[in-house]
Design a protein around this ligand. Structure first.
Ligand SMILES: CC(C)(COP(=O)(O)OP(=O)(O)OC[C@H]1O[C@@H](n2cnc3c(N)ncnc32)[C@H](O)[C@@H]1OP(=O)(O)O)[C@@H](O)C(=O)NCCC(=O)NCCS
Length: 194
């Protein structure tokens, strides 16, 4: 595996791919209204875990956030990925490859699902597809998932997708209420899990 380190802006990879039920793609201009609607629907489930979901955003804020995310995607600094249902076109949830280290080819998957689409396996399906994308298109050597040790639904996704629990980092950060929290860290690494 090469460890050469070209400017990541030179890396060519698709900004859209598919799983069984989903189109998984970079944000586009004017996605804001659909994503904002899903945030509004899901705010009570998001608030305990997502620092950005303490207050309901205006549509313009969501649109601006997605345009910044698209710019980051194009710059290869952070790869936000929206999950869109293939048949209905509905926005299902959001994921992505974050905390990118292009020298190590290391990535972190994050995710949330809109409330009306939870517990239907969409996030598990997306994490499988995004992991495959990271391995195939981005030559990932390490893919990690981190979550609050109390976030059992998130941990179940990581376990269901075959990630290995490496440990629980004690007092690693603060939760949305400012209380110290423990963080579970899961990973898949080349040569062990794939
Ligand atoms: C974490 C989160 C994304 C998990 O959502 P989820 O709906 O449990 O995850 P999935 O979409 O993978 O669905 C899995 C569930 O659907 C069920 N399911 C139904 N059909 C399925 C299918 N075709 N394939 C797989 N699972 C299926 C599974 O049995 C599982 O249910 P269970 O956990 O009760 O066994 C969601 O709780 C969330 O958005 N939370 C708020 C934000 C958050 O915490 N994000 C993570 C921060 S680290």
């Amino acid at each position: 595996m090469s460890t050469a380190n070209p400017d990541p802006i030179l890396l060519d990879f698709p900004e859209s791919f598919e799983s069984e039920r989903l189109i998984i793609r970079a944000p586009l201009w004017h996605d804001g209204a659909a994503v904002n609607e899903a945030i509004r629907e899901s705010i009570d489930e998001l608030r305990p875990w997502m620092p950005w979901a303490q207050n309901t955003p205006a549509i313009e804020e969501t649109e601006a956030n997605l345009r910044h995310a698209r710019a980051q995607f194009i710059g290869r600094k952070d790869l936000r990925l929206l999950l869109v249902h293939k048949e209905t076109g509905q926005f299902v949830g959001s994921s992505g490859l974050h905390q990118i280290d292009w020298q190590t080819h290391k990535f972190e998957i994050g995710y949330w699902v809109r409330t009306s689409c939870q517990q239907q396996g969409y996030i598990t399906e997306a994490v499988h597809a995004i992991t495959d994308f990271a391995i195939r298109e981005l030559s990932a050597n390490r893919i990690q998932i981190r979550c609050d040790a109390h976030n059992l639904r998130s941990a179940k996704v990581a376990e269901r997708c075959g990630f290995t629990l490496e440990g629980i980092l004690r007092n690693e950060t603060c939760d949305v209420n400012g209380s110290l929290r423990n963080t579970m860290i899961f990973s898949k690494v080349r040569g062990v899990e794939y």
